[in-house]
Design a protein around this ligand. Sequence first.
Ligand code: NAD
Length: 260
Amino acid sequence: MRMQDKVALVTGAAGGIGLAIARQYAQEGATVVVADLNAEACEASAEEIRAEGGHATGLAMDVTDEQAVDAGVAEIARRHGRLDVVLSNAGIQHIDPLDELALADWRKVMAVHLDGGFLLTRAALRQMYRQPEGGRIIYMGSVHSMEASPLKAPYVAAKHGLLGLCRAVAKEGAEHGVSANIICPGFVRTPLVDRQIPQQARELGISEEEVISKVMLKNTVDGEFTSLEEVSELATHLAAFPGNGLTGQAFVVSHGWHMH
Ligand code: NAD
């Protein structure tokens, strides 16, 4: 029970990595707010967590919507009196070569990752600065916060940007007891990855199996996908770690794809 009595907000938590982390946070004793675009999907995921004995509520929140983020965080503070952990996880991918990339698609990816990350951070800090215990802000980066891949320019740029935001929060937040860290996973089998396998196969003119073995897992030490459990364990460790000892850091969980 590493997160007993903590209140945690996880965005993009209706499915994929966000839901896996929300689930583990609840198993560790936290009260979890499951935020995502669709109210029913949030409630269904929260219900899943409650059925496992955890405390969870759903919250419809588009992270690119300033009003929705401010109102959502204010509602959590009103209901629970505190906000200890924020995991900025909502994300989208877009596959296109740079010379064909539409400005609208570039902006969409930037908006979800960077505008979303900023809006969530600002709202969380305003609450955490009022709490003597401060808080933990954790970003879902990627190996693409450090490495580039072809066809993913907006995603790579946005994930590098989140690393910068994380470091800035670490500097400003320290005196208020707020730490910030970023998790950088390799490929995890979620809907986000499943969608891009056929897209990449088409763009690169190779089979879907080759996208997995020759593109996604080529540089791992064991040819394995990173698992939801591995990412959730790291997210729990960072949420529970006391003090400012770990802040402004990037943690790569990628089966050795990226070593730094
Ligand atoms: P996913 O598509 O399964 O989940 C992403 C969630 O974000 C979805 O539920 C979606 O509805 C939500 N979302 C999208 N736009 C939103 C918005 N504007 N406001 C609120 N919610 C929004 O993908 P995933 O693989 O679980 O990805 C989660 C995070 O992990 C993303 O930030 C992604 O970039 C990152 N990541 C994923 C992998 C991977 O291999 N799957 C690797 C590294 C990093």
